[in-house]
Design a protein. Sequence first.
Length: 182
Amino acid sequence: MILKFLEFSHNESFIQYDFTTDTKKVFNLLKDKQFKDIFYSNPTSENVKFLNEFFKSNKNKLIRLYHGTSPKLPILKDGLLRTSFKTKKSLQSQPGFVYLSIFPTSAKQFGDLAYGINNAATVYQIDVPIEYLKPDKDQLYNIRAAGNVNVGETLGDSAIYGHGFRVAGDIPPYMIKIYKEN
């Protein structure tokens, strides 16, 4: 893993992570007790506020998220490359970002939609620094357009209402594994 890190650590297109910080704890929003039931209940402003405070106070920690894409792409070799005008699969996706989901099932659905269900998207588990997360404005726009929900553009709103985030830049291979259900 150290060799993989060194190989990509000087490439400016990849997001960077300082491994001298505490890397032992990876927050999993679906399994950690402090988040129990938060994503399986009706969205509340209290949950949004709780998550915003959590993200703010844990910027240098890692969070586990998911991405679904074509099994033909060399993700474990090249990393997850940000969307470009040429490669984007959704009209709403903005170039320059990698989109990540809280739920592996949602990541699979997005991958299947992008590449066709016959290609059976591969789901990847990404342990990414919280400081790199950005709200998924595309999903938040869809939530606002669909109803009478007062949704902001914070990380908490993105987690609670959109169930995902985006990252500006490429995600290096050393942060990525193939997801396997437990």
